[in-house]
Design a protein. Structure first.
Length: 257
């Protein structure tokens, strides 16, 4: 287990873990100053490619963006999403995860739970590929969005799932849109850090899609807090540039050779 992974695990019950997504060197370079974990997420499907879900993002897409992100990281733990269909069996998962790690230099991969692929996690961990799990709302497997863990039966199932992921060797688990009571119990019962997105402040850490919290994506569910409306800032700058070009104020002698 790498020192970076050990450091993340050691933060459980001690200090909150800060996580955000990145798809490019420029953003990763900024995030690296503040984040414990940077995720190259398959959310790029929605954010960058305008797709309605994450199902069609390819391993090639993920690899290209991960290579860029890696160039901007010095200290953060870099985790990369394995796209839908790339870990449907042990052989395929091992082959693709090894390729992903070799080409991108990432520290770990993240796979979504379908409530029965714990053996995939075990296989990757045995192959020295650290794995972050993911339970609750799992976009690769759930067709419709819903909050998970509202009933006692659901809470028990989620807890069992989290424990199985821990037993399989994952070093952390993302809890996506899991009800507060459930996320609190899971965080208390498992020994590895829980990273929440829409899953209360009880989790050991939090993650958001960076474009959402910057006000760029146009996707603002309840669990997202917009820290700036960057779309307005960008529009203002482009509007000024357009005006300067039309009025022949740009370029000036300072801007050409």
């Amino acid at each position: 287990m790498s020192k970076k992974i050990q450091k993340i695990i050691s933060k459980k019950n001690r200090t909150k873990i800060v996580c955000l997504t990145a798809y490019s060197k420029s953003i990763a370079k900024i995030l690296d100053k503040y984040c414990d974990i940077i995720l190259v997420g398959d959310s790029m499907a929605n954010v960058l490619y305008g797709l309605t879900n994450t199902h069609k993002i390819s391993l090639t897409n993920i690899i290209q963006h991960s290579k860029s992100v890696k160039l901007g990281i010095k200290k953060s733990l870099m985790v990369v999403d394995m796209p839908k269909g790339t870990y449907s069996n042990k052989k395929k998962a091992k082959k693709n995860a090894k390729l992903l790690k070799k080409i991108t230099g990432c520290d770990a991969v993240k796979i979504e739970s379908n409530k029965k692929n714990f053996n995939i996690i075990s296989e990757l961990v045995r192959s020295n590929i650290p794995v972050m799990g993911h339970i609750g709302y799992t976009p690769q497997f759930n067709k419709k969005f819903r909050i998970e863990g509202n009933s006692n039966i659901e809470i028990k199932k989620l807890l069992k799932e989290a424990i199985e992921i821990q037993k399989a060797g994952a070093f952390s688990i993302v809890l996506e849109c899991v009800a507060s009571k459930a996320s609190k119990l899971i965080t208390e019962k498992v020994e590895i850090p829980t990273i929440g997105i829409g899953s209360s402040s009880y989790c050991d850490g939090q993650i958001l899609v960076t474009d959402d919290m910057l006000g760029l994506s146009g996707f603002y569910p309840k669990f997202v807090k917009k820290y700036v409306q960057l779309n307005r800032v960008i529009e203002k700058a482009i509007k000024k540039y357009t005006k300067d070009v039309k009025l022949k104020k740009f370029p000036t002698n300072k801007n050409f050779f």
